[in-house]
Design a protein. Structure first.
Length: 379
């Protein structure tokens, strides 16, 4: 695959360094705080404690305990040494991801999880990036994954592989889509894209059914009952009724940013409708605008999920710099920094993402469902 720069003249080194420095330095402060935090506070690696603990439960033949809130938190305290308000919010097939890491002690497992995740995402991003793919694993969203030990590198790498394979290898793309079902709520545009290729759709359905059957055979139906009876309602409760929770500061959706009340609902509907209208007018199978649109439409999403979206903003800035207006540059830059702006200037985040989506669709996409997008040849 060959990336072709569309315009001559990119951002200055100083601008580029400041953009990346602002995106990573904020998270670095929290990483250092976690390293030197007192024992018993938020565990180092944060959400990776969930991944590792559920793997330990699987090895002990007790996966169903992951879907009982109080019991899972007690298991976290036993295995990791931290009694926190964590929730294992993923369907049973996701448990398979944690099992190999649970074979290692916690800290080595966390290091391996982080290094493998960064390497996988950088490798998957390489065909899409006109700059060093190492930077793809150092965006603000990527930095949040280093802090939070989350699935963003895995999900983002699979997202890029899906779209890279969809045109010429639809069956492979479908299997990749099935592997992404550990975060089903972020798969809206994966599902719509799969509909464009029958072979991809069939492979995705078969792969998903296989994972469901494998999880039932490995963990029993009790895990699925717990997921639907306890986990899904709890996620809804967190999104709707939780008064104060630090985790909500990770969320870029208009619904959360504007208070989760009537104003939040109206803002979410308006922003989602605007994003859908833009996509209706400029439908594309480019992975970057579709990733951006996901965080405008889905109310339950986090900054560490935005690995592909942040990479897309950086690619647009780099390749379209000389033809962007000052307002477009600022919009893309703010969208790039969205995973940290949710903590500092949350009200501008939905509007920055919407403006960035418009820029990507108007200036950043060379074609729709054909083999060319973002000025590069597809796999």
């Amino acid at each position: 695959m060959r990336f072709e720069r569309v315009t001559t003249g990119g951002p200055s080194f100083v601008y580029w360094a400041i953009l990346w420095g602002c995106g990573f330095s904020f998270t670095l402060v929290y990483i250092l705080r976690d390293i030197f935090a007192p024992i018993g506070s938020e565990p180092l690696g944060r959400d990776f404690a969930n991944v590792w603990t559920v793997g330990k439960l699987a090895l002990d033949g007790q996966v169903w305990l992951a879907y009982d809130l109080d019991t899972f938190r007690l298991a976290l305290n036993e295995y990791v040494g931290n009694l926190t308000l964590h929730l294992y919010s993923y369907p049973p097939p996701a448990v398979f991801i944690g099992i190999p890491f649970a074979l290692l002690p916690y800290i080595p497992a966390l290091i391996l999880w982080t290094v493998l995740g960064m390497a996988f995402f950088a490798w998957a991003a390489k065909p899409y990036t006109p700059f060093s793919p190492i930077l793809a694993a150092l965006t603000p969203a990527a930095a949040n994954n280093i802090l939070a030990g989350h699935y963003g590198f895995l999900h983002g790498g699979l997202w890029l592989l899906f779209f890279a394979s969809l045109h010429n290898h639809p069956r492979r793309a479908g299997l990749v889509a099935s592997a992404m079902t550990f975060k089903p709520h972020l798969g809206l545009f994966i599902a719509l894209a799969a509909l464009s290729r029958r072979q991809a759709l069939v492979a995705a359905l078969v792969g998903t059914a296989t994972l469901i059957c494998a999880s039932i055979l490995a963990f029993g139906l009790s895990a699925w009952f717990g997921f639907f009876a306890t986990t899904v309602p709890t996620q809804g409760e967190i999104l709707i009724n939780t008064k104060t929770q630090f985790g909500l500061a990770y969320m870029p959706s208009a619904y959360v940013v504007f208070g989760r009340g009537s104003l939040g609902i109206v803002a979410q509907v308006v922003i989602s409708a605007a994003a859908l209208l833009l996509l209706y007018r400029h439908w594309t199978l480019d992975p970057f605008p579709l990733a951006t649109a996901t965080f405008l439409i889905v109310p339950y999403a986090f900054g560490y999920d935005m690995t592909v979206a942040c990479l897309g903003f950086a690619v647009t800035i780099y390749t379209r710099w000389s033809c962007l207006t000052a307002i477009e540059r600022w919009a893309l830059s703010a969208a790039f920094l969205a995973p940290i702006l949710t903590f500092t200037l949350p009200y501008i985040v939905p509007f920055a993402l919407l403006a960035a989506l418009r820029v990507q669709l108007n200036r950043g996409t060379d074609a729709g469902p054909g083999p060319m997008f973002f000025g590069r040849a597809e796999l």
